[in-house]
Design a protein. Structure first.
Length: 146
């Protein structure tokens, strides 16, 4: 039996990021987990939808809320390959998500730099899970673009 832990679910988020990469999207992937079950799996769709708000986290919040039939995700965990931006952190704050786990930090655009208090006060944050793999995927993507 496979162990359901932060690394396990981050690997699922990485699979989503790889799909984004293949579609020409910035490779950020996300999964939302409730009671050890993935209830949403998404990735960036900003190019596909020509929508600057179509970040993986925003897609994940919407999908999870639709499935659960409510706007609050306080019993859920978001696994995301890149540190959320301010917009996404704000939306996660409004969703009252229980836990956010991210892989690579985003020194340029991450919420910790601009709005470290954007998440709900009760939200637990874990970072650096599979950080090297998450960061490498981003590096590979942008090297390919140059």
């Amino acid at each position: 039996m496979e162990l359901f832990n932060d690394e396990y679910f981050m690997r699922r988020a990485l699979q989503e990021a790889e799909l984004a990469f293949a579609e020409g999207e910035i490779p950020v992937g996300a999964v939302v987990v409730s009671q050890n079950r993935i209830i949403a799996r998404t990735h960036n769709l900003t190019e596909t939808l020509t929508d600057v708000t179509a970040h993986a986290e925003m897609q994940a919040i919407t999908a999870a809320a639709n499935l659960l039939g409510g706007k609050y995700l306080n019993e859920c965990t978001l696994y995301i390959t890149l540190e959320p931006c301010v917009m996404c952190a704000g939306a996660l704050g409004w969703s009252q998500i229980g836990k956010v786990v991210y892989g690579a930090s985003d020194e340029k655009r991450g919420f910790n730099k601009f709005a470290p208090a954007a998440l709900h006060p009760k939200t637990e944050v874990v970072f650096g899970v599979l950080e090297n793999e998450c960061a490498q995927l981003m590096k590979d993507f942008f090297q390919q673009k140059r």
